[in-house]
Design a protein around this ligand. Sequence first.
Ligand code: COA
Length: 260
Amino acid sequence: MNYENILAEAEGGIGIITINRPTKLNALNKATIEELHNAFKTFNEDTAVKVIIVTGSGEKAFVAGADIAEFANFSVEEGEKLAAKGQELLFDFVQNLATPVIAAVNGFALGGGLELAMAAHFRIASDNAKMGLPEVSLGVIPGYGGTQRLPQLVGKGRAMEMIMTAGMIGAEEAKAWGLVNHVVPQPELVEYCKGLAGKILKNSSVAIAKAIKAVNANYEDGVNGYEAEIKAFGESFGTEDFKEGTTAFLEKRKAAFPGK
Ligand code: COA
């Protein structure tokens, strides 16, 4: 599919989505959010794609936030709709995707950019990355899940400090706080993520999808995560991947998962 604001390519089971508005530091406007939705959806439906990496073009920014120029004149109703639509199309959509999503944070990840990275299943940062939720410096609050996902990842006190000061933290601090898992030199970032993706795609994609759902269940209102886990664990026993995985182990060979 042809996109104007992003690039999407798949090779060897890994789909790479690159947000490509470098002159605007990859800021997320409405069109980019729609294209991202379509790209994530298309890769998720493609059984050949087992892992998705999302990154930003250039060496300066992952995503420098929602496009401020686009919402500067919005009314109360338009503001609420912007957040609701964005969460539905992109942020909640990515969090709940059955295919694992790794955010390769290659520079500034601010506002909606950090919110997109946090919606991904985990994050790797380049050594020059800077992260923050600067919305209150604009007179608004994070609207793409930032007030919810940041405390989940770094704890309430640190999240409150980041949100209230509107400041940025560097990659090493983000790692110490649990916001990113690893920090690597900028030129090695995507290859490093591909290496991790390579480890993931050797495993059962069906089991991974169930594990994502069970982990996410902990953060859903009115859902008991332990019960969700028990159900998904039981369901695994009915899959072809489970038969192949256990048979391969007992036969002392590598599993060739059918992904069913
Ligand atoms: N929305 C719209 N445009 C943005 C943007 C955003 N979130 N972030 C950067 N841009 C644009 C700038 O307006 C500029 O465009 P121009 O060349 O047409 O004037 C271009 O991207 C380059 O940004 P610039 O500010 O010149 O780069 P810099 O190196 O001086 O500063 C940042 C980099 C990230 C510190 C700065 O761009 C910034 O603070 N961006 C906004 C971050 C933010 O508040 N995000 C939350 C939004 S809710």
